[in-house]
Design a binder for this molecule. Structure first.
Ligand SMILES: [Mg+2]
Length: 299
């Protein structure tokens, strides 16, 4: 970076042959996170959700801007928040390039704008899915939503299981390197922030295609698989906050997709892009899984 924090503007050298990918996200207390969350986890997650958007575009993170509104200035809280945020930023060599803090009369409000770069024309978009492409996801789906259900007291879990899913909720891992490696392979991509069904529909709409997803192939953790099937379906299909990548790729690319993901995160083929315009989720017997009653709960 030519000039970072400390002047009126940051100055960022433009990369030859590259485009900036820019994403901004706001997290609001009581809406996107619980008040008793560990500030270090909050700092991590606030940046992680923006890096996840960069990952969905196949962009390499470069720097970010932070606007923070707090009801009161608590130095200990701020230090932990910063520790969590910088640990993730350092991991991705993503520098804080500017910021602003102000007093909030309501809860905590965190806005992060992240910039990444991508070779011109190579960004992964939602609009590139083609009929016949495989539909893939990284990681396991539904754990973050199960973690939220646990934190709200809606579900009881053994301690180790609870810790696993709460970690998934509070410390999501943005799939940055996977996104970069998929640039040459995937036809479209999106990150899963609002749940599989909703986010896949964004891809379908942008690409003008339909999709069939096989319920049995959706990767679920051992913890989630202990839940009743309707709960598993609600959480894995419509639970938010997974921050895994959903992407499509031509079927000839299967071996390459698995090869580039190796050592990063498991990737699983969950369905296929179709020429019809709807989304069908089918179970092992080919019967339709009802996705109509599945609504995303925000947190
Ligand atoms: Mg996104």
């Amino acid at each position: 970076m030519a000039l970072g924090v400390g002047d009126d503007c940051a100055l960022i050298a433009s990369e030859a042959g590259a485009q900036w990918a820019v994403s901004t996200d706001t997290l609001v207390e009581h809406v996107h996170f619980l008040s008793d969350v560990d500030p270090a986890a909050l700092g991590h997650k606030a940046l992680a959700v923006s890096l996840s958007d960069l990952a969905a575009c196949g962009a390499t993170p470069r720097c970010f801007f932070l606007a923070l509104a707090l009801p009161s200035a608590d130095p200990a809280w701020l230090e932990r928040f910063s520790d969590g945020m910088y640990a993730l930023a350092d991991l991705h060599c993503c520098a804080l390039a500017g910021g602003d803090t102000s007093r909030s009369s309501a809860g905590i409000v965190i806005t992060i704008t992240a910039l990444g770069y991508v070779p011109t024309g190579d960004a992964l978009l939602r609009s590139g899915a083609r009929v016949g492409d495989d539909i893939w996801v990284s990681g396991e789906l539904g754990d973050a939503a199960l973690g939220l259900a646990f934190r709200r007291g809606d579900v009881d879990l053994p301690q180790a299981a609870a810790q696993r899913v709460v970690t998934k909720l509070e410390l999501p891992v943005p799939r940055v390197l996977l996104g970069v490696r998929l640039r040459e392979l995937a036809s479209s991509a999106i990150d899963l922030s609002d749940g599989l069904v909703g986010d896949l529909r964004h891809v379908m709409r942008a690409s003008g295609v339909g999709a069939v997803v096989n319920w049995a192939q959706i990767p679920r953790s051992a913890v989630l698989q202990q839940q009743p099937i309707p709960t598993q379906q609600r959480l894995a299909l419509a639970g938010g906050d997974d921050y895994e990548l959903l992407f499509t790729a031509a079927s000839e690319r299967r071996a390459q997709v698995i090869a580039v993901a190796a050592g990063l995160v498991p990737v699983t083929r969950i369905g296929i892009v179709t020429s019809t315009t709807g989304l069908e989720v089918v179970d092992e017997d080919g019967a339709a899984v009802d996705t109509g009653m599945i609504a995303f709960e925000h947190f």
